[in-house]
Design a protein around this ligand. Sequence first.
Ligand SMILES: Cc1cc2nc3c(=O)[nH]c(=O)nc-3n(C[C@H](O)[C@H](O)[C@H](O)COP(=O)(O)OP(=O)(O)OC[C@H]3O[C@@H](n4cnc5c(N)ncnc54)[C@H](O)[C@@H]3O)c2cc1C
Length: 535
Amino acid sequence: MKKLVVIGGGINGAGIARDAALRGWKVTLLEKNDFCSGTSWASSKLIHGGLRYLEHWEFGLVRESLREREILLRIHPYNIQPLHILLSVYRYSPHWLTTLRFGMKLYEFLSTNSSLPLHETFTPKQLNAIEPGLDQRKLQGGIAYWDAQCPYPERLVLANLHSAEENGANIFNYHQVIRLTKKDDRIQSVIAKDLIHGQEKEFQCDFVINAAGPWIDEMVNPNEIPSRPMIGGTRGSHIVVPRFADGPRHAIYSNARLDGRPFFILPWLNYYLIGTTDVRHQDSLDELSPSFSEIDYLITETNHCFPAAEINRHSILFSFSGVRPLPYSGKKNPGAITRRHIIMDHAKKDGIANLISLVGGKLTTFRHAAKLCVDSAENKTAGHVTACSTAGNPLWGGEMEHFESFVTYTFSEAHRRWSIDEITFRYLVTLYGTHFKDVLEVADLHPGGFEKICSHGIDLKAQVIYAVKHEWAKTLTDVMFRRMPVGMNTSLGMDACEIIGDIMGGEWGWNEKKKRNEIDGYKNYVTRRLLSHQN
Ligand SMILES: Cc1cc2nc3c(=O)[nH]c(=O)nc-3n(C[C@H](O)[C@H](O)[C@H](O)COP(=O)(O)OP(=O)(O)OC[C@H]3O[C@@H](n4cnc5c(N)ncnc54)[C@H](O)[C@@H]3O)c2cc1C
């Protein structure tokens, strides 16, 4: 069995681990932090073709993304749902309505196998009827079309990791790759530091795939500054605000008045997710937060689009930033840099025969990018490629035809067995798919497992135990942000961290001091990463 080491536990690393494990590789995945704590966490959560890429003539990327959208709707139906988007067009918009109608036809033409409805065009008067809060001044009209949304990318990453593990992969978080040991032109092993226990570990390998997102340049020669970097990342920021009066009833896609850039107001959880910006980023990749000018830009554009919103910095529940791992492209305008993924072969670039790096790519296209990476690894080690099966097999928990019918048909049995109410049941299926049962079985075995964690959400105490026992959760922050969305409730999890600390402490044997450290670490994370707009 050939050994593959995957560096990075974002969406791309997780997708590669799943694909390679399904093809019979012995996979080890190493993530320095927690899974989905990098860029994949900070995205707009759209599973989309990327309408705007058409203006850069990226037809291949749009076609690929639309095909992947359809596959993901099928293999991960509980956490990827169709999203109805209203594109509002103003006289100051960079494109006229007629151009956009043509673009929309092309978009639909490129999505040949789409199961989603076709677009509709609206006059300003019709728009006013369906979106009364939308600014009507200088409005040319609008187009309503369909894409998709993945409300919990963290769970999409976990679904890939579960699937990889079921097929024999070894998955490690808090393992930072610090060195690659080489002999001649080959990497022999990958050295990682276990950041929880402090020791170094060596992982033998036949091949290495570097999927460290914006960090990929650090992996190849960790102590050298690359002469020509692979990545030229740009920072994108979002703000999250509670739903406001006369706010959007659809997802809104518009162009910012200030600079014509694409601008989204998306319904997400019980909030609006508003983004995004696109600015060159040359500072730390590990401590990201939006600048005040990004925050003010997003506030101003929201108030332009929905004049009754009147949001300000105090309206923001939380804000966050991520760095797009875009290919290095000198001084090019950030918006024009391709969102395609590129596989960098280090045999050509650095004389290393068994290493490739994945540069760029989108959340939407991770499955196909993973396929191409594993194809390349197979070609370079065996000279031929075995069949990829990730498009045909449901992702972990996705063994259902359709989310709504699954909920309808399964609820009565679940209610009979566990006396669970429908809202909680639906919520558990959204997070765990068919594995909701595993969580409820954990609840059966633990006194208090069916109790809610706090009054701000519907998460159960059993989910914490499940996260620790079955989902690699090590810290309080892992559980609260990346196993379940307790940290994103209206109190940002402040009323839940004691209880979760107690449950985790019981599982891990934490003493009071360790528990306090975890709670302080969580609060500190929230302040630094989500509330920087308040400083
Ligand atoms: C603002 C914004 C909005 C976006 N919106 C969308 C969208 O709506 N739809 C869409 O399709 N795409 C979107 N994207 C793009 C998408 O989010 C990214 O392309 C994708 O998440 C990249 O995933 P990744 O796995 O390559 O990187 P990451 O998620 O960053 O994962 C890389 C991982 O490598 C780990 N790592 C780094 N160094 C080491 C080391 N030494 N050892 C071990 N591990 C290491 C990191 O901790 C990290 O977890 C958006 C991006 C941004 C920034």
